[in-house]
Design a protein around this ligand. Structure first.
Ligand code: 5RP
Length: 216
């Protein structure tokens, strides 16, 4: 799948325009995008990064990383996904960067999602749904999620997010109403964010392949 990820990441470069500040997601597909972005780094003003991992890669390439508080609205955000449905709604957070990813997606006019074909699903939920949680609320949130969704929350042991929080992955879901589930999980005290991108889905999805497919 890494070849498909590379093709998707490189295709996304076509959406980068001169002078842009580019929002950059996290993950192995995004790593290919960052590497391709390095080739045109003199044409952009810089990047806003969704994780320490992406920040490190951007800086290695000499791409300036800017603070979202100083940039205002971004024209473009490029990020991967763990699942993508036919309405461009996503599950994200496999790399535990979901909260910052959600913030940048919200701050961006256009969200281009880059995936390999295995990420396409008819209904979200086969991939365990990540939820970032304040550490002291871990058990409470797990109980409430079980009662609310019927899914099985599993603590991603040993993982601390860039924000100092923990991640619960909810298994055995079939998410027929992603908007409602996103809203309801977000309302549980202790939840920082849920890796459902339904309220703010992708605008464009690029599926890596020969040639890449661009869904608009
Ligand atoms: C990180 C994410 C990633 O975009 C998602 O996990 C996909 O990763 P990859 O491109 O490595 O398959 O949401 O939090």
């Amino acid at each position: 799948m890494s070849e498909a990820k590379r093709l998707a990441g490189e295709k996304a470069i076509e959406f980068v325009e001169d002078g842009m500040i580019v929002g950059v997601g996290t993950g192995s597909t995004v790593a290919y995008f960052i590497d391709a972005l390095a080739g045109i780094k003199d044409r952009i003003k810089g990047a806003v990064s969704s994780s320490e991992q992406s920040t490190a890669r951007l800086k290695q390439h000499g791409i300036e990383v800017l603070d979202l508080n100083h940039t205002g609205t971004l024209s473009l955000y490029v990020d991967g996904a763990d699942e993508c449905d036919p309405h461009k709604r996503l599950i994200k957070g496999g790399g535990a960067a979901l909260t910052r990813e959600k913030i940048i997606a919200e701050a961006s006019k256009q969200f281009v999602c880059i995936v390999d074909p295995s990420k396409q699903v008819p209904v979200l939920g086969r991939f365990p749904l990540p939820v970032e949680v304040i550490p002291m609320a871990r058990s409470l949130v797990a109980r409430e999620i079980l009662a609310l969704t019927g899914g099985q929350p599993v603590w991603r042991d040993g993982v601390t997010t860039d924000n100092g929080n923990v991640v619960l992955d909810i298994h055995n879901l079939s998410i027929t109403d992603p908007m409602a589930m996103e809203r309801e999980i977000n309302q549980i005290p202790g939840v920082v964010s849920v890796g459902l991108f339904a309220r703010r889905p992708a605008d464009i999805v690029i599926i890596g392949g020969e040639p890449p497919i661009v869904l608009r």
